[in-house]
Design a protein around this ligand. Structure first.
Ligand SMILES: C=CC1=C(C)c2cc3[nH]c(cc4nc(cc5[nH]c(cc1n2)c(C)c5CCC(=O)O)C(CCC(=O)O)=C4C)c(C)c3C=C
Ligand SMILES: [Fe+2]
Ligand SMILES: [Fe+2]
Length: 342
């Protein structure tokens, strides 16, 4: 009888907030061709010759503001999800990070040590992008072929439009929304525009209105569409008028054009347009991390207040909420059952 197990995969964080550890992490992260998709030589020139000269010190300072006694929020929360999930499923659950430690390889090894031969791997990203789901699957397949050729892996697909996830996200937002707010902003991690064109096999997405329309054939691989879709489904569930919602994209890096509108520019200008009380949620992340706790909660708040805003309310990610653990369990069980069908 084959033994099954679950591997939860998140992005990963530096080992510590020292500049050297942050540099090592950024080196691995940004040298991924699905994150910075230039030819190796140009990527190396950009990353090692320019970004790693200054960014690690700046990022290390930012990490210090969110770091906890247990470590990076992203890792700590992923471990909390693992522990809670382990209590409600009867197969072993381990975690692996796409970058740095604990690695995907270490996670698979832990499962194999417990006798597991069939793994359900859950990339913890609701929306597909080449820098999210795709790079996780590529890496896991590389590790599997090299070190665990007899192990089977079943991958959980993006769940940005799944009812169970939308219900969970909508409930969570509803509970945390302040009584009075002029707008709810959905801020998603951005990606360079080029990534969307590159991963669109239909070549029909032009990054305009088509991303928020129902019927474009590119949607299965369009990260921007999937962000709009998650938003639309959540606001329908919450019965929020569209005029009270904003979608934007954060965390851009470098000189390329990233998908628009940009979160920082939006935050700097909406105060003057009459939005004084703002709530912000970040549904590209299932766990709080540097990009939510620092970039949005601290920097984003400053940008909003500076631009004439009055009250800024950050809505935390799903983290280890029980209702989210139920969703993770259901999505994993669907895939565990798939093994019986083949
Ligand atoms: C070209 C650069 C980047 C792309 C493309 C990108 C896509 C992307 N990232 C996430 C999720 C996270 N990113 C995080 C941090 C982070 N992201 C980039 C760059 C790109 N991301 C950098 C350089 C950093 C490091 C921090 C910094 O220096 O600003 C994090 C937080 C990690 C943590 O330890 O807390 C997450 C999570 C998604 C979902 C995504 C594509 C949609
Ligand atoms: Fe990122
Ligand atoms: Fe699109």
């Amino acid at each position: 009888m084959n033994k099954k197990g679950i591997l939860l995969v998140n992005l990963g964080s530096p080992r510590s907030t020292s500049v050297n550890d942050v540099k090592e992490y950024l080196d691995e992260f940004l040298m991924d061709e699905r994150v910075i998709d230039y030819r190796w030589i140009f990527r190396a020139l950009l990353v090692q010759g320019i970004i790693l000269k200054t960014r690690p010190a700046k990022s290390a300072e930012a990490y210090k503001t969110v770091w906890t006694d247990e470590g990076s929020p992203l890792i700590v929360i992923t471990e909390q999800i693992q522990k809670k999930l382990q209590k409600v499923v009867d197969v072993p659950v381990e975690i692996g990070m796409r970058y740095a430690q604990p690695s995907i390889e270490a996670g698979i090894q832990k499962l194999v040590d417990q006798g597991v031969t069939e793994i359900v791997l859950f990339p913890l990203y609701p929306q597909y992008a080449m820098s999210t789901t795709e790079t996780v699957i590529e890496k896991a397949e590389e590790v599997r072929k090299k070190n665990f050729p007899t192990i089977k892996i079943n991958y959980i697909q993006p769940f940005y439009n799944r009812d169970i996830y939308i219900n969970c996200l909508a409930e969570s937002i509803k509970e945390k929304l302040p009584e009075n707010f002029d707008a709810l902003q959905f801020s998603y991690h951005g990606v360079p525009e080029r990534h969307i064109y590159k991963t669109d096999p239909t070549k029909t997405c032009n990054l305009n209105d088509c991303c928020s329309r129902e019927d474009n054939p590119s949607h299965q691989f369009c990260y921007r569409h999937q962000c709009y879709k998650t938003t639309q489904l959540v606001i329908d569930k919450l019965n929020l008028p569209k005029e009270k919602t904003i979608v934007s994209f954060q965390s851009r890096l470098g000189k390329d054009k990233w998908i628009e509108p940009y979160t920082d520019e939006t935050l700097e200008t909406i105060g003057k347009k009459g939005i004084k009380n703002l709530a912000v949620v970040c549904p590209a992340f299932v766990s709080d991390c540097l990009e939510t706790l620092e970039e949005i909660s601290v920097e984003g708040k400053e940008q909003f207040m500076h631009g004439g805003g009055e009250n800024f309310h950050y809505i935390p990610c799903l983290n280890d909420e029980d209702r989210w653990i139920e969703v993770v369990k259901t999505l994993c069980e669907e895939k565990l059952n798939d093994f019986y069908l083949v």
